[in-house]
Write a protein that binds this ligand. Sequence first.
Ligand SMILES: [Zn+2]
Length: 115
Amino acid sequence: MGQTGQTGQPAQGGRAEVRELQTALHTASDIAFGLDDAPPADQVAGLVDALRRALEAARALEGSQGGTGCREHPRGAIDPLYGDKEDPLPPGWGRCLLCNDRRRRAGTQRYAAGR
Ligand SMILES: [Zn+2]
């Protein structure tokens, strides 16, 4: 216990999913490579279960990674207005709050300059 950051990436939340994904894939491949031509139903069920767990872990990982979808601030905050129907963001704007704030500031400066 203690030192864990060998990858240099702050992987909060992702680590458990990675572990789960690896475990599930190991289990799945163990079962898959042990299968014979007529595998018993419980073996197949175990394989399906392991693959499903792997898929769920991978999806959870996807969710924890692709927060903003922004290359510059992948772990930044998501703009609360993203996907808001009442007050939609201008076309081309992403989910990244930091980038959108920058765009907003640029926009207001342009307005100010035009007056
Ligand atoms: Zn950004």
